[in-house]
Each structure stands twice: as structure tokens, then as C-alpha cells.
Design a protein around this ligand. Structure first.
Ligand SMILES: CC(C)(COP(=O)(O)OP(=O)(O)OC[C@H]1O[C@@H](n2cnc3c(N)ncnc32)[C@H](O)[C@@H]1OP(=O)(O)O)[C@@H](O)C(=O)NCCC(=O)NCCS
Length: 178
């Protein structure tokens, strides 16, 4: 099994354009009641991706997300359908914005083109359940994250993914990550 980790990056040159998907809306994390929905998306999104990942509990979510210094409900987006599915779920995709500390952010607007030590924004846990793929949901989620980065003055977004996650690699490349 290919365990190569890919480090990808995109320079933002203009404010990203959001392209909404019919029948879907985006919203931010709204409290602990959203944790199960997020865990469910993670389970469904990664179960057939070649490189299996360990199932997370709500405690893992609290440790890996909510206790991190970068955490904010505004840094986690959900994509959801207007109507619930047979299990009552509406959330079908998600992405989080983490911050890698201690590196120089490139071309910071507030510093008139200078860099400063305030971390690099990182795409964290982008995922869409299989039934909703190839409809532009991830493109919209990622553009929402990139827009938030742009508006906060960041001009570069980074991420790590696995070479074995071929859909993700194709997706990120199509979004301009190199
Ligand atoms: C990667 C992932 C989030 C993409 O979600 P998605 O909603 O299907 O992506 P989009 O519909 O927005 O795709 C936008 C473009 O990306 C490219 N793309 C997306 N999936 C692709 C695939 N399987 N093969 C080739 N290109 C792909 C295409 O260019 C696509 O545009 P098109 O459909 O008009 O050709 C989804 O496949 C997923 O959840 N995978 C499992 C979880 C994962 O690996 N996450 C990343 C962890 S770092």
C-alpha cells in the first residue's frame, strides 16, 4: 500500500470565487450536537479510499479539533442537503481550516507584501460522502475555506494528503494545488 504523503500548496492570487451547488447549503459548526454528524461523514467518506483510517470517537474529535489552538466553529464548514436522508442525516461534506504555526505566511496583506510569523493556513479533513461526489461540493467547501483565508490576509494555503487517496489528489490538482 502506498503511504507516500504529499505536501501541496496553492498561492492565492485573487479572492476565490464561490460556486454554490443546487440543493446544498454551507454552514459553520454550530456546537457539540454537530460532532456525530461530522464523525459519520468521516466514516462514510474514507471507508473505500484505499488507505484505511482509524475510526474516531467524539473524544478524538474533541482532542484533534476542538482542543487545538486554531480551533474555531468558524473554521469548520459543513455542506448539507435541504432534506434529510433515510437515517435523518443532512450533512454530506465538511472541511476544517487548521493553522500550522511557526512558519512564515507568504505575502501578507497587512504587512504590505512582507511576510510575518503567524502560521500557514492548512486544509484539514476535506471530505464528501460517496453519494454526493463529482457535483462540485468539495470545490465549494474548499473555496469557502480559501475565501476565509483571503479575507484574513493570507495568500497561501497548504495541505497534506496521501498519494493513495487518488480522488483527493486529482481534486486538489484540479483546484490549483501543486
Ligand atoms: C476528494 C473529495 C473531497 C472530492 O469531493 P467532490 O465533491 O467529489 O469533488 P468535486 O465534485 O468538487 O470535484 C471538483 C473537481 O475535482 C476533480 N476531481 C474530483 N474527484 C475526482 C476523481 N475521483 N477523479 C478525478 N478528478 C476528480 C475534477 O476535476 C472535479 O471536477 P469535475 O467533476 O467537473 O470533473 C472526495 O472524493 C472525498 O471525500 N474523498 C475521500 C476523502 C479524502 O480523500 N479527502 C481528502 C483528505 S486530504
Amino acid at each position: 500500500m502506498m503511504r507516500t504523503v504529499l505536501h501541496l500548496v496553492r498561492a492565492l492570487e485573487v479572492r476565490p470565487v464561490l460556486s454554490p451547488v443546487a440543493g446544498i447549503s454551507l454552514r459553520n459548526f454550530d456546537g457539540p450536537q454537530d460532532i456525530d454528524g461530522w464523525l459519520d461523514i468521516r466514516r462514510r467518506a474514507f471507508c473505500d479510499e484505499g488507505l484505511p483510517i482509524r475510526d474516531w470517537t467524539a473524544q478524538d474529535f474533541a482532542m484533534e479539533m476542538m482542543s487545538k489552538p486554531w480551533w474555531s466553529p468558524k473554521h469548520l464548514w459543513f455542506a448539507e442537503t435541504a432534506l434529510p436522508d433515510a437515517q435523518g442525516a443532512r450533512a454530506i461534506g465538511a472541511v476544517a481550516l487548521a493553522m500550522r504555526r511557526g512558519e512564515r505566511a507568504v505575502r501578507d496583506r497587512t504587512q504590505a507584501g512582507m511576510s510575518e510569523r503567524r502560521g500557514v493556513p492548512v486544509v484539514h479533513w476535506l471530505m464528501v460522502v460517496p453519494q454526493w461526489r463529482r457535483r462540485g461540493v468539495a470545490r465549494w467547501l474548499l473555496a469557502a475555506l480559501e475565501t476565509a483565508c483571503w479575507d484574513a490576509g493570507y495568500r497561501q494555503v497548504a495541505l497534506e494528503t496521501h498519494a493513495a487517496w487518488t480522488a483527493a489528489v486529482a481534486f486538489y490538482r484540479s483546484m490549483g494545488y501543486v
